[in-house]
Design a protein around this ligand. Sequence first.
Ligand SMILES: [Zn+2]
Length: 96
Amino acid sequence: MIKVETERNIIESSSDTLPPYACNGTCKKTWWTEDLNNQDNTILHVLVCPACNGPLIKAIEGTHFKVIKKAKGNIVTDGSYTARYASTLKDGFELI
Ligand SMILES: [Zn+2]
């Protein structure tokens, strides 16, 4: 799993790689290829954010996110439910 901090969110993924995409829309979340479901960039040309429909751009470490934690295994939320992706809004930001 990997945990990253973005401008507005703390994001955890069961992926063990750095996020390849960052939202350039309002939510500024980072995303991994597996999160984009069936989006095919050869057809759509532009990938869109699953959360806010903003355009996705190449995520750059230090600019769009910083890594807080990297560990083996999946992320676990609620103590028992294993998720692939979890996002928590940072203090001072409102849900959009
Ligand atoms: Zn977004």
